[in-house]
Write a protein that binds this ligand. Structure first.
Ligand code: SF4
Ligand code: SF4
Length: 266
């Protein structure tokens, strides 16, 4: 949601040299996004962009040759790669963004099936450590992040950052706007785990009721299939629900009847 918000603010020309046109912006009931939120988000986005550049420059990789980005974790499922690229979260020359889902869970599953795989992973880890780049001691990262910080938090013009990148031989990095093709491998955080295993459903259920048309749009919208309705009573399996980070069920309700805060343990 934060990536989408930063993208929307930039696209809507809400961010000006002196601040934000409407500060704060009301997103939904009780949730606002302020200039301070934008700046704090930008510091995090800037750290990732400076990190990508540091890794490529340290490894001698030409950024313009990086055409595929792999996105994992929350970014591997829920973040929109087109918006992520636009705000600077992924390498701007990439033409293909592959969203590979929750790799931590996938790895846990692989290890459950094949415990000997741990040895192979450990040898991979040892190899990684020998070529490790520490941002904290990297002069490139310190230099680039200073510009990121200036841009996001202090209103520094992007032109100064462009000139700094030219000194590193990186031209046009901040100006690539073509949206990438997206290859999203999984629709949900936890995909099917095979026929030989089954997932125990031990999560508590919360229920709520309200008067509405019972159109079912909220249920269809739920990406985790956590929501159901029976005879006017809505139930959420809390172990599957993404909570306040999501709330798509509430947003989609055409009558504004849906009330996420009404849920109580049943
Ligand atoms: S809460 Fe809204 S979206 Fe859900 S069934 Fe009722 S009217 Fe439809
Ligand atoms: S917040 Fe709503 S849409 Fe999102 S996972 Fe939970 S029940 Fe589903």
């Amino acid at each position: 949601g934060v990536v989408a918000m930063v993208y929307a603010l930039q696209h809507d020309d809400q961010i000006t040299e002196s601040g934000m046109r409407n500060d704060p912006i009301s997103i939904t009931r009780g949730i606002e996004f302020s200039l301070n939120d934008y700046r704090e988000s930008g510091k995090a986005i800037g750290a990732i962009r400076a990190g990508h550049l540091t890794l490529m420059l340290t490894a001698g990789i030409d950024p313009s040759k990086v055409r595929t980005m792999y996105m994992a974790g929350a970014s591997g499922t829920y973040v929109d790669p087109v918006k992520a690229k636009e705000v600077g979260l992924i390498v701007p020359y990439c033409t293909l963004a592959k969203q590979v889902g929750n790799t931590s869970l996938e790895l846990a599953k692989d290890l459950a099936f094949d415990p000997d795989y741990l040895e192979e992973l450990n040898s991979m880890r040892d190899k990684l450590l020998t070529d490790h780049t520490m941002f904290v001691s990297s002069d490139i990262f310190r230099d680039l992040y200073t510009y990121e910080y200036g841009y996001w938090a202090e209103g520094m013009p992007l032109s100064r950052y462009r000139r700094a990148l030219e000194r590193y031989g990186v031209d046009g990095y901040l100006d690539q706007k073509e949206p990438p093709r997206v290859d999203r491998l999984y629709e949900r955080d936890i995909r099917e785990i095979g026929e030989s295993l089954s997932a125990l459903d031990i999560s508590p259920v919360m229920t709520a009721s309200w008067s509405c048309s019972r159109c079912g749009k909220c249920i269809k919208e739920c990406p985790e299939k956590a929501l159901s309705m029976d005879d006017g009573t809505f139930s959420i399996r809390t172990g599957y629900c993404l909570g306040t980070a999501c709330q798509r069920c509430q947003e989609i309700c055409p009558l504004h009847s849906y009330d996420y805060s009404a849920y109580r343990l049943s």
